[in-house]
Write a protein that binds this ligand. Structure first.
Ligand SMILES: [Zn+2]
Ligand SMILES: [Zn+2]
Length: 452
């Protein structure tokens, strides 16, 4: 089975879109002349040309309505090889000025940004063999040559460390979340390194409806507007936009089939996983099944998502410049005083926990491994250091990310740049605290020296 979703983490195609069978003599509902080839909703049969116009118009309208992308701006298209992101790249290609397949002058005017494509090779995390990875990459390059935009081919990490990290994650849910996090860090890194100020992802409304429900279940309710909205400004200098959010999976499949959009199939972390293997898979099966019976399911969830606002909770320390989650980079919704909330309970229990309990939670043995106790070579000391590092990371995670990271036996296996950032932040916090102490002593008139 292959990864075929519209976004990066996508389900395999469960079945091909049904071939529409319009009634005898029926004509396209738009032009009343063409032979219908696509039925979007009951009764709405479109001819090939009208479907294309409808499809491309949605894409341009989404960009036009939000007015976020400026002429000449460098935009990085995050392409996974799956249907929706491939469809997105194809539309950008088709409405480019001077492109042989380009549309009217009018449409060309609206897309005068400078596109580039990024493809993330995550074969290492998905357990793909080197041969299979090479084969996939050859297909990827073939498509990139056809598209002929500047492109960036990057691998999550070439070392064995990444494989070990992913193998150590205990649940598929945490594995999927971790993969999404690392992938988004990498895409942002590529964008910054090459001067792109926008990143476009191919999330369709079907995918976003599933993501909204999944993230709600994962304790990310506070960040839904960022995670599923049209634009995501959490990174400041690089804004992530989702121009495919009005397209359904069904429309994407029709468009790709009618216009022979090239796709590259790659395995995902949940390939071959049963339906209940992760929150992601379960929610996807739930929404798609509901959608099959009640066709307004996806649009209802999606429209509800549109109403969510991106404001931190009242009374929370995290403004735009407040502390950010180390992994998802959302404003830390820390509310330690309020222990009645799940987050408050989690935070206070973490700070009160002795290091050995933390380890027990993480699934490593708790019995002392040497009988020396306090000696210089005692492993309790070494363990203490590990716990410090673990706590340093955990303290800087949001509620949802803490939940996911609790499924990792050890946070030491996270990529070094994340650990380094965690260390830097807690050092900075330590220095700030020291300065604070001196400031208080300065302000007092007592003639005592600094306490040692
Ligand atoms: Zn027509
Ligand atoms: Zn987070």
């Amino acid at each position: 089975m292959c990864q075929v979703g519209e976004d990066y983490v996508e389900p395999p195609p469960r079945e091909p879109p049904p071939v529409p069978r319009p009634g005898c003599g029926q004509k396209c509902v738009k032009c009343k002349q063409g032979d219908p080839v696509v039925v979007i909703r009951a009764g709405d049969a479109f001819c090939r040309d009208c479907f294309k116009a409808f499809y491309v118009h949605k894409f341009r309208a989404m960009l036009g309505k939000n007015r976020l992308i400026f002429p000449g701006e460098k935009v990085l298209l995050a392409w996974s090889g799956g249907p929706s992101s491939s469809s997105m790249v194809w539309q950008v290609l088709e409405v480019r000025p001077h492109h042989p397949q380009g549309l009217s002058q009018d449409s060309a005017k609206r897309l005068r940004f400078v596109p580039g494509v990024v493809y993330v090779d995550e074969g290492a995390a998905c357990g793909q063999s080197p041969e299979d990875r090479a084969k996939t990459l050859a297909e990827v390059k073939q498509v990139l040559h056809v598209v002929n935009f500047p492109w960036h081919l990057v691998a999550l990490e070439e070392t064995e460390a990444l494989c070990r990290l992913f193998e150590s994650v205990r649940t598929l849910t945490a594995k999927e979340e971790l993969l999404q996090t690392l992938r988004s860090h990498l895409i942002l890194h590529v964008a910054r390194a090459h001067g792109y100020s926008k990143v476009m992802t191919g999330d369709s409304c079907t995918r976003l409806a599933i993501k909204l429900m999944t993230n709600l279940a994962l304790g990310r309710g506070a960040f839904l507007a960022w995670d599923t909205g049209f634009s995501d400004e959490r990174h400041g200098d690089v804004v992530v936009v989702r121009p495919m959010r009005d397209h359904t999976l069904k429309e994407v499949a029709f468009y790709n089939r009618l216009f022979a959009v090239p796709l590259v199939f790659t395995p995902a972390v949940d390939t071959k996983a049963p339906e209940k293997a992760s929150v992601h898979r379960l929610m996807e099966a739930f929404i798609l099944r509901l959608q099959a019976q009640f066709p307004s399911t996806v649009s209802t969830v999606y429209r509800t998502g549109e109403k969510l606002v991106k404001a931190p909770r009242d009374g929370c320390g995290g403004g735009p410049s407040g502390p950010r989650c180390l992994l998802c980079l959302c404003t830390l919704d820390i509310d330690t005083a309020d222990s009645a909330t799940a987050f408050g309970a989690q935070t206070s229990s973490l700070s009160q926990m002795p290091p050995s309990t933390l380890q027990a939670e993480a699934g490593t043995p708790t019995a002392p491994c040497c009988a020396v106790g306090e000696g210089p070579g005692c492993c309790w000391k070494a363990r203490g250091r590990t716990d410090d590092a673990q706590a340093q990371v955990t303290q800087q995670l949001c509620y949802g990310c803490r939940g996911n990271m609790s499924d990792l036996p050890s946070l030491d296996r996270l990529p070094p740049y994340i650990l380094a950032e965690a260390q830097l932040r807690s050092q900075r916090a330590g220095v700030m605290q020291e300065i604070q102490e001196y400031l208080i002593e300065d302000s007092s008139d007592e003639a005592e020296g600094p306490q040692s």
